[in-house]
Ligand binder design. Structure first.
Ligand SMILES: [Zn+2]
Length: 270
């Protein structure tokens, strides 16, 4: 045993153990960590692959959807033979082949206002791989209300962004108090996605999760990283907790999960 690791673990994680930014201590933390990946699609694919490779002890996968042929252009955890299968089951099989030491908890259903609190309570960190505004507000609210850090990522056509929401240090509502007008920003399949873009964003999300879990580095807290894959630029915007935020502000009005479909459709929480 090398620092509590088996010989196989010492070999598998050798390049982390010799890296001062992770080391035995950080690797032990990863092995004990529980991360929930919500959405096993374009962002969840690279994020889950890297978190499994890096030795996160328990990976929860939540997604209600089935693998479709049109997903394979960018959702790299899935295989052609998996078309028609549950995304959670398909990904779990691939992750087990990559690293059988990782325990994969399967949640093959949609995360909703009814189940999010209980689900999030089981994990140390939540990674947002969803693709709707309703889901982003739901995940941010539930992560804040359960006291869990949330690594947010989103993509649109050729652009993406990443930031970390740590409870008490701002939330998605601080950045976006109001949802975009319905119909203005499409989640529809007619909107294209540059294949490697979610690989870039989802991989940065995995890096942020590992940093938050090991307590190393300078995480994207209070900073949103904006990426344009055509210009191939990365910009950073700083933001702060909004004292007027309806969730994490000084006088919050949201103390429980709301109806997110209605909020996104009308801009008002009920
Ligand atoms: Zn807030």
């Amino acid at each position: 045993m090398a620092g509590g690791l088996s010989p196989q673990q010492a070999e598998r994680y050798a390049r982390h153990l010799s890296l001062s930014e992770v080391s035995h201590r950080g690797q032990q933390r990863l092995l004990q960590a529980r991360v929930l990946v919500v959405g096993v699609g374009a962002l969840g694919s690279p994020a889950a692959l890297y978190l499994a490779a890096a030795g996160v002890g328990t990976l929860g996968l939540a997604d209600h959807d089935l693998v479709r042929l049109s997903n394979l252009q960018r959702q790299v955890v899935h295989r052609t033979a998996s078309v028609g299968m549950s995304k959670v089951e398909a990904a779990a099989t691939q992750l087990a082949e990559l690293n059988p030491e990782v325990r994969v908890d399967r949640h093959p259903y949609a995360v909703t206002a009814e189940n999010a609190m209980a689900l999030f309570a089981e994990y140390d960190l939540i990674l947002d791989g969803t693709d709707t505004f309703a889901a982003r507000y739901l995940l941010s609210d539930a992560a804040y209300l359960t006291g869990k850090p949330l690594v947010h990522g989103s993509i649109f056509r050729i652009e993406g962004q990443v930031t970390d929401f740590v409870p008490g240090r701002a939330c998605y509502r601080c950045l976006y108090p109001e949802p975009p007008p319905p119909g203005l920003v499409g989640d529809s399949p007619a909107v294209g996605v540059f294949a490697p873009l979610p690989g870039v964003i989802g991989t940065i999300q995995a890096a942020e999760a590992i940093k938050l879990l090991t307590g190393r580095g300078d995480p994207l807290v209070g900073r949103v990283l904006l990426h344009d894959s055509m210009a191939m630029t990365f910009r950073e915007l700083r933001y702060r907790r909004d004292p007027a935020c309806s969730l994490c502000g000084d006088h919050p009005t949201i103390r429980a999960l709301v109806d997110y479909e209605a909020f996104v459709a009308t801009g008002s929480a009920r």
